[in-house]
Design a protein around this ligand. Structure first.
Ligand SMILES: C[S@@+](CC[C@H](N)C(=O)[O-])C[C@H]1O[C@@H](n2cnc3c(N)ncnc32)[C@H](O)[C@@H]1O
Length: 272
């Protein structure tokens, strides 16, 4: 069967997904694939293509199959232990970079680091040292590997902790960044199956209203944020903007909301 026929004949997936699946199975770049649309695929190669297409059709995210995802122009390794970094999280990173400017002496925390996406980009672009925390040791192993491959191992530290539990009482940060789990319990069943069935529940589920982890982080801010420091929290819904804003206000912070490029509330900022 020709590559062009495989692509045209696959009705269960988008064209983009089929092309990506064929490239992955045959170890081709997209450019190579487009140059060889007439190539005949048979035997083991055809079996490999069919297997990858079937996995994708069953909902397995392509990033877990390729083992990589681009974030802020860097290639992050990913596996089922970590959330696949999302483009919308770049809004939080851009805001953090703008706030940091050219300061090099800040104590930065990435709470719930997952693949390390936020903390590693901040370490890379600002030269600051970043502490990356996660409750999952398997996620931290992925993040540590990414810090090494992206060249910021010396500026990053990885700590396995339930939020701030591993830090001694006096430990404070100038900047606390987090994209916490924020899917509300009552939204779980209606979540896209690709996400719900394949990405780690601990990275997604935020309890009632999706607010559980925000509430716990906000309660710690008065003793974890250094004077004059800032916290940036990604949020998942407009309703969360109100609730999380109120929590930051109660923690004594000046609150602002940052919207994404589609005009949707995406990040809550609190300034001390
Ligand atoms: C939504 S993911 C964000 C991952 C990454 N920061 C990103 O933006 O792609 C949330 C992360 O928080 C971690 N997490 C959940 N509960 C936690 C807790 N109590 N303490 C520390 N990390 C936690 C999860 O393991 C997961 O890696």
């Amino acid at each position: 069967m020709r590559i062009s026929q495989i692509i045209a004949g696959e009705k269960g997936l988008s064209r983009t997904d089929v092309i990506a699946a064929v490239c992955l199975a045959l170890d081709l770049t997209k450019e190579q694939l487009f140059r060889h649309m007439d190539r005949e695929i048979a035997g083991d190669d055809l079996g490999a293509v069919q297997k990858v297409i079937a996995e994708r059709a069953a909902g397995r995210p392509l990033a877990y199959m390729t083992g990589t995802r681009e974030f802020f122009s860097e290639t992050f390794s990913v596996n089922e232990a970590v959330l696949i970094p999302r483009p919308e999280t770049e809004v939080l990173v851009e805001e953090a970079l703008a706030l940091i400017g050219d300061r090099r002496d800040l104590r930065v925390l990435d709470m719930g680091t997952g693949s390390g996406a936020i903390g590693i980009i901040i370490a890379k672009h600002t030269g600051n040292r970043v502490v990356c925390v996660d409750i999952s040791g398997a996620a931290l192993a992925v993040a540590h590997g990414n810090a090494r491959s992206i060249g910021v191992e010396e500026r990053t530290r990885f700590v396995c902790s339930d939020l701030f539990a591993a830090f001694s009482d006096g430990t404070r940060f100038d900047m606390i960044l987090s994209n916490p789990p924020y899917v509300a319990d009552d939204e779980w069943d209606s979540l896209m199956a690709d996400v719900r069935d394949f990405e780690p529940a601990r990275a997604l589920r935020g309890g009632e209203g999706g607010l559980e982890v925000y509430r716990r982080i906000a309660a710690e801010l008065p003793r974890r944020l250094a004077p004059g420091g800032s916290v940036l929290l990604e949020i998942g819904s407009v309703a969360q903007a109100g609730s999380v804003g109120a929590m930051l206000g109660e923690a004594g912070l000046r609150v602002s909301v940052i919207k994404d490029y589609s005009g949707r509330e995406r990040v809550l900022a609190g300034h001390g």
